[in-house]
Design a protein around this ligand. Structure first.
Ligand code: F6R
Length: 254
């Protein structure tokens, strides 16, 4: 277990683990390791972005040290860009493969990939959900937190019972994402995401939040009204959420 952590209960069933930035990746990796300890072939949903990078580095480090066995892990995706097909380096699928799955030796055939081809996308989203059911459901869904409170690409206004679908991205999100593209004019304006309802059905949820820029929205998510205007606040509908926040992100929690 990571040392120097403070665990608080801010809402029923929501545990907040506050860690130093140096312990952030390790605390997040503990969620994965604890899950795999009880179910070696756990179905785990993985996000992309800056937040989970320390998690992936730590998982790879533990694997190299022989401390964690990822050989039966069944990874599923949380979201991707609509139209990010083929080798598009910025597709979330390729990003996850580059940062985590490939170096971890997780074969592409084991990854349940979010559909991104606009052709037949609605039917593909239904098949995606079906694939989750066929895997027995998601054991652990890991999430980052958007500056506007989004989880996955569930932007403000996303209903609590929404399923995997195409969504229009807000300007906040496309501006934040532009940093990852060499040509900002190419940033896609639509995403494909597990719905809020899909996420809430996971048997456990890990919300990873770091940095001062997320302090206000984390406070809104955990202590403000439970509302579709802040999709992450809907996580309080279920009592199985573990938040890992660094001190800067947790600074407004009182
Ligand atoms: C990415 C995703 C998004 C991000 C969120 C935070 O797969 O689903 O919800 O988790 O936008 O992004 P970062 O971590 O880059 O601040």
């Amino acid at each position: 277990m990571t040392t120097g952590v403070l665990t608080r209960q801010l809402a029923p069933g929501i545990e907040v683990q506050i860690v130093s930035p140096a312990d952030f990746g390790s605390a997040a990796a503990d969620l994965v390791q604890n899950q795999l300890a009880v179910k070696a072939n756990a179905v785990i949903g993985f996000p992309t972005g800056n937040t989970p990078l320390p998690l992936y580095h730590e998982l790879l480090r533990r694997q190299q040290q022989g401390q964690i066995d990822l050989s039966q892990l069944q990874p599923v995706m949380l979201d991707d860009y609509l139209g990010a097909v083929g080798d598009e380096p910025i597709s979330f699928y390729n990003w996850l493969r580059r940062e985590f799955f490939d170096p971890a030796g997780i074969a592409a055939s084991r990854i349940w990939r979010m559909p991104t081809d606009p052709d037949g996308i609605d039917e593909a989203c239904r098949r995606y959900e079906q694939g989750l059911v066929e895997r027995g459901g998601v054991d652990l869904q890991l999430l980052g937190l958007g500056l506007n409170g989004h989880i996955g690409f569930n932007e403000p206004g996303s209903p609590a019972d929404s399923r995997t679908r195409v969504v229009k991205l807000t300007e906040t999100t496309t501006v934040a994402n532009a940093a990852y593209w060499s040509d900002p004019s190419k940033v896609p304006h639509s995403g494909v995401t597990m719905g809020v309802g899909t996420i809430l059905e996971a048997r456990s949820i890990g919300l990873l939040v770091n940095g001062a820029a997320k302090a206000e929205i984390l406070r809104a998510a955990l202590l403000g009204p439970m509302t579709t205007a802040v999709p992450a606040s809907l996580l309080r509908k279920v009592q199985k959420v573990h938040v890992v926040a660094d001190e800067a992100a947790a600074s407004q929690l009182g």
